[in-house]
Design a protein around this ligand. Sequence first.
Ligand SMILES: CC(C)(COP(=O)(O)OP(=O)(O)OC[C@H]1O[C@@H](n2cnc3c(N)ncnc32)[C@H](O)[C@@H]1OP(=O)(O)O)[C@@H](O)C(=O)NCCC(=O)NCCS
Length: 180
Amino acid sequence: MRGRLRPRREVRLTTVRPEASGDAEAIRGVHTASFPTPAEARLVDLLRNARHLTVSLVAELGGRVIGHVAFSPVTVATGAGGVGLAPVAVVEEYRRRGIAACLIEAGLATCRDAQFGWVVVLGDPAYYSRFGFRPAAELGLTDECGGGSAFQAMELIPNRMPIGAGLVRYAQAFASLGSQ
Ligand SMILES: CC(C)(COP(=O)(O)OP(=O)(O)OC[C@H]1O[C@@H](n2cnc3c(N)ncnc32)[C@H](O)[C@@H]1OP(=O)(O)O)[C@@H](O)C(=O)NCCC(=O)NCCS
């Protein structure tokens, strides 16, 4: 299905690059416009301030930041550190063109290059399964907010998935999501 989609001109002209100094306000704008509350925009600011934005990529078109994805550290009791994908957003007028997919693919590759062995995400399995995510419960991993089948995981480097390690903890900044 996806193979039959033809990238639109805007997508071909869109650049995915690491967040640079001076992007913070534009990134805030992308999340504020994309989510019902400013919680995700605030989360990114908190992660940045805590130096927990492990990977932060923007999609830029014509000098405008139109999308953003963040990855931050996650831990399990065994100590094996991975990354969590969150949040990701693309401004409404540029959705359904594969821009989030470009951001996510580039982010996963960057995390792998940085030697992070595994990644988790809380989101729609119908979307994230295309990147290789599978239900984290099948791997013996759980999340802090009862995400059920929406909590998914993927190995980035062979044999680095902490199978059966139980609870996956996100960075402290994620506690702010529950206090809005
Ligand atoms: C979720 C979100 C980031 C997706 O961004 P996006 O750039 O539209 O994502 P993609 O284009 O990669 O994929 C979205 C859909 O467009 C489809 N698509 C991709 N390229 C396409 C193309 N050229 N033509 C038509 N459809 C296309 C994908 O197949 C997918 O559809 P499906 O899920 O029904 O299969 C965006 O909708 C958003 O910002 N939502 C609000 C914030 C949010 O909920 N974030 C996720 C939780 S953190």
